[in-house]
Design a binder for this molecule. Sequence first.
Ligand code: CA
Ligand code: CA
Length: 140
Amino acid sequence: ANDCFPFAVLLSYQPIWFPSGRRSVWYFSTRKTWAQAEKFCRSIGGNLASVRNRLENKMLLRLIKKKEGRYTPTWIGGSDAQTNGIWFWSDGTNYQYTNWCRGEPNNDRQRQHCLQMNKRCWDDLECFKVRPFICVKRRW
Ligand SMILES: [Ca+2]
Ligand SMILES: [Ca+2]
């Protein structure tokens, strides 16, 4: 039922815009698995968020802090589920800028294939864990 998100509710969310002005970013505090989160983002015409540079990374962290009151681990759109060690952004953005925490991605127990923003840096994590998440939508 949660997958069916009324547009009127969406209107009450305040997205932030990346500096390019072409991509808006939406924070959702509902905890979902990575795949559920990506599916939800697609249902509103977007994808889980990709990060293209340091400024965008900083903006997402600031958004998490603002919405949760602290740096809560949050899903964004990176995944190496197809081939371990080959990372993709679910929105098709080139995987170029990275901000991995020291020692990450470590593919712990060979089963970490999804990217969470963890405090100030990134960590690969089991995709079935539930986290709040950030969607990105291109300007329509
Ligand atoms: Ca992996
Ligand atoms: Ca990890």
